[in-house]
Design a protein around this ligand. Structure first.
Ligand SMILES: NC(=O)c1ccc[n+]([C@@H]2O[C@H](COP(=O)([O-])OP(=O)(O)OC[C@H]3O[C@@H](n4cnc5c(N)ncnc54)[C@H](O)[C@@H]3O)[C@@H](O)[C@H]2O)c1
Length: 247
């Protein structure tokens, strides 16, 4: 696949799997992330480049995206995977919790999408894939700020899909569920009793296998397809890649 792609959040979990999958399909990738050491290791192992970027810093995002597009010699796709999990009972969430969730999960994608826009609009078949969560589509008790931030990026993506379609830019939003460091960190905070209940809930809620997906086998190939011209008639879609979680 002859595509020039920026993956945002390529150091870990699903983002790292996207770097590997896109590279294996023949794309040229620049991976961006806060985590410099692991980001570089993942990108280099896939024969690709890495640049450090904090997606909440407007000036840095615009300068690093310009640099990445320059390195690639153009830009066909931006895949924004980076996100954080913010949890806590709704009635106890602080302004800081809300701002942190919104900043990384909603304002971050807005900034990278805006920074990529002038590069993407030069091509005729460009695309954006933003990452939300099933939490944007269904209730997420103990994670209302996270759910709201993922709802925001979902609504943002639907709107730019229409606004930027005249420039040949498609935009879709992915709702994944995958075994990654993010979920492992969350599970590790639970008591032994809570872990048993949590695993049982997932067993019941996921018709396909009763477990979370594998980032490399289950999630990244869908992103590689979305970046490809095979998806050229798909835009503004909510794409749940979650084994049927919550259907
Ligand atoms: N794993 C799941 O089951 C699941 C479920 C629903 C949604 N998601 C979403 O999918 C995406 C990927 O999740 P994951 O499980 O692979 O997470 P992960 O924690 O393994 O990876 C997230 C990456 O984002 C990077 N990042 C965080 N803040 C950043 C910032 N300000 N600037 C640059 N990089 C930053 C981290 O350094 C990390 O490399 C996230 O947006 C997450 O909310 C994941």
């Amino acid at each position: 696949m002859d595509k020039k792609v920026i993956v945002v959040g390529g150091a870990s979990g699903v983002g790292a799997a996207c770097v590997r999958s896109l590279a294996a399909a023949g794309a040229s990738v620049v991976s961006l992330d806060l985590a410099e050491e692991t980001g570089t290791a993942v990108a280099e192992a896939a024969g690709q480049r890495f640049l450090r970027c904090d997606t909440t810093d407007r000036d840095e995002v615009f300068s690093v995206v310009d640099q990445a597009a320059g390195n690639l010699g153009g830009l066909d796709a931006l895949v924004h995977v980076a996100g954080i999990l913010v949890q806590g009972p709704a009635e106890e969430l602080t302004d800081e919790d809300w701002a942190r969730a919104m900043d990384v999960n909603a304002r971050g994608p807005m900034l990278t999408n805006q920074a990529a826009f002038p590069h993407l609009k030069k091509g005729e078949r460009s695309s954006i894939a933003n990452f939300a969560s099933s939490a944007a589509l269904t209730a997420y008790p103990n994670g209302a700020a996270y759910a709201a931030s993922k709802g925001a990026v979902t609504a943002w993506t639907r709107s730019i899909a229409v606004e930027w379609a005249p420039f040949g830019i498609r935009a879709n939003v992915i709702h994944p569920s995958a075994a990654t460091p993010m979920l492992e960190k969350h599970r590790n905070k639970l008591s032994e009793e809570e872990k048993v209940a949590y695993d049982e809930l997932i067993r019941q809620k996921v018709p396909l296998g009763g477990t979370f997906g594998d980032p490399d086998r289950d999630i990244a190939p869908v992103i590689t397809f979305l970046v490809s011209d095979g998806a050229r008639f798909m835009t503004g879609q909510n794409i749940a890649v979650n084994g049927g979680y919550y259907i």
